[in-house]
Ligand binder design. Structure first.
Ligand code: V47
Ligand code: SF4
Length: 359
């Protein structure tokens, strides 16, 4: 029989916990006990170090043919508020980021009906030319699949060409909840969960590191969250290509999902991050994205198994179009302060988790 004591014994001994044990934790409200287990699992991997990076997000376009029901960021071409940045403007932002000490640019956008695959290659090449010190983390598995469709090239060739053009790694977006029944409700036009996993698998085989996200706090159940994490854990066993797992707290404003909620609760946020740390024993990093969590919950999460705080960001559209009340940027000093005041050691990292400097 599963009890908290049997789970605790497994985690203490460094044994992997089973999906039904994760469900037991989701059904428990003993947040502090769950947090203590997660903190133990994290300290074993990372000690007191908490990573952060100095980065800038750029969303080249919000025009998207998918129009996922949860997404308040996307627009149809020609609609009020639709935008597409010129290549010059993308480069200007990248150059500015590099000048301000960023080491990474994070680029994701909508699936534009009229831009050719070559535009994305040119974007990478132009950034590499204009801001050569920046690592380019760009394009979700959903975008990669779209590039394959619009170019007629197989996924392997799309990845190869993007890598040649300067792609350094991929973010973890587009995963949402990988369970098909949930996807049909929140993003029926999006690639299936199985296809998302397959593209990430091919990216890992091509030598790219990626992250994995989980959009939670909408129609999904605790079992769906566990099934999602289980699929990631299986793929990670095979490829080892995931760096960080990032739960994304759903921001409910301006979404077409008619839900009776205004957002996730602090208790659910912390429990989800802590259970992720315990369950995903083969992931080195659990990242708190303060944009969606709020700075205070993100800071408290450092005592609940989290070891990475993302990031300086500078300009954020996806969460803020959906009502996020956080600022759009953090200074490096602000992040260092949040981590220090949580009793941890701030470590600036590059995208691939090489330490740059401890504070
Ligand atoms: O895929 C969209 C999510 C993702 C909403 O890999 C929403 O380092 C909450 O993936 N409420 C894009 N989330 C952002 C993303 C990301 C962010 C930070 C770091 C990394 C990384 C990746 O944003 C989308 C979708 O899952 N999203 N709408 C919303 N209303
Ligand atoms: Fe498009 Fe991504 Fe928004 Fe879905 S979540 S509508 S794919 S931008």
């Amino acid at each position: 029989m599963t009890t908290f004591e049997t789970i605790s014994a497994n985690v203490s001994a460094g044994r992997r916990i089973a999906p039904d044990e994760a469900l037991f934790l989701f059904n428990s409200n003993d947040l502090l006990a769950i947090g203590e287990l997660a903190a133990m699992a994290n300290e074993r991997k990372n000690g007191l170090n908490v990573f952060f990076n100095v980065n800038r997000h750029i969303n080249p376009t919000n025009v998207c043919v998918n129009r996922c029901a949860f997404c308040a960021f996307s627009r149809t071409a020609g609609e009020d508020g639709a935008y597409t940045l010129a290549l010059d403007e993308i480069c200007r932002r990248a150059r500015e980021a590099e000048g301000e000490g960023a080491t990474e640019v994070h680029i994701v956008g909508g699936l534009h009906p009229d831009l050719a695959f070559e535009f994305y290659e040119e974007t990478l090449m132009a950034i590499r030319h204009t801001a050569p010190k920046l690592h380019i983390k760009a394009f979700t598995a959903v975008e990669i699949e779209y590039f394959s469709r619009i170019s007629g090239l197989p996924i392997e060739q799309v990845l190869e060409r993007l890598i040649s053009a300067g792609l350094g790694s991929m973010p973890g977006g587009g995963a949402e909840i990988l369970v098909e029944e949930v996807r049909q409700k929140i993003c029926p036009e999006k690639i299936s969960g199985a296809r998302w996993l397959e593209i990430i698998r091919l990216a890992h085989l091509a030598g790219l590191k990626t992250n994995a996200t989980m959009l939670y706090g909408h129609v999904e159940t605790a079992s769906d969250r566990i099934a999602h994490m289980e699929m990631l854990r299986v793929l990670q066993d095979e490829t080892g290509g995931f760096q960080a797992f990032i739960p994304l707290a759903f921001q409910a404003e301006n979404s077409d999902l008619k839900l009776d909620i205004t957002g996730t609760s602090g208790l659910d946020d912390l429990k989800t991050l802590a259970i992720a740390r315990i369950f995903l024993d083969n992931f080195d990093h659990i990242k708190a994205y303060w944009i969606m969590l709020g700075e205070k919950i993100a800071q408290v999460s450092l005592a609940f198994g989290v070891n990475d705080l993302d990031g300086t960001v500078v300009e954020e559209k996806i969460g803020h179009d959906a009502g996020a009340k956080t600022p759009q940027a953090q200074t490096k000093e602000g992040i260092i302060r949040l981590i220090r005041k949580a009793g941890k050691i701030p470590v600036e990292r590059d995208t691939l988790y090489h330490p740059i400097c401890s504070y």
